[in-house]
Write a protein that binds this ligand. Sequence first.
Ligand code: 4NP
Length: 162
Amino acid sequence: MWKWLDGPASVGSMTKRILFVCLGNICRSPAAEVVLRVKASEAGLELEIDSAGTGDWHVGEPPHPPMVRAARARGYDMSALRGRQVTAVDFARFDLIVVADEANLRDVEALRPSGDTTPVRLFAPYAGGAERSIPDPYHTGDFDGALQLVERAAAELVAQLQ
Ligand code: 4NP
């Protein structure tokens, strides 16, 4: 039923403001935020990039230390980021909302204001593999694996945005 959400087809050069969403906003979406920021900058793309969580447990907190360390090992600085919760207002603030998994997709869709048409897309399919979701490293412990998937997906997203 959500098949149409998988493809990056509707993402183009008019997409300038991108919000990444996961559950806690301390692992996957802040990692996606910093990785896309670096890759967009390298590609000469001017984007506004942010991240948020569907949950409120980590509002105001820095990202999860093991995620920060895994990112630093690959050259990304997550130290300035702080958690926040996604709200209905984000549908007006962003051109594209990219989510880490299918629970995020349902939770974000539940916030959509009536009449709003902002695309909400799963991130992992951009990587071109079989993954629909980014496995949650907060539970799997595989922070570097999540980061590698984020890097592959971000590279394709940048290519789509150019
Ligand atoms: P994230 O990982 O959604 O990638 O930020 C999680 C972080 C914290 C929790 C769940 C997922 N938590 O339940 O606190």
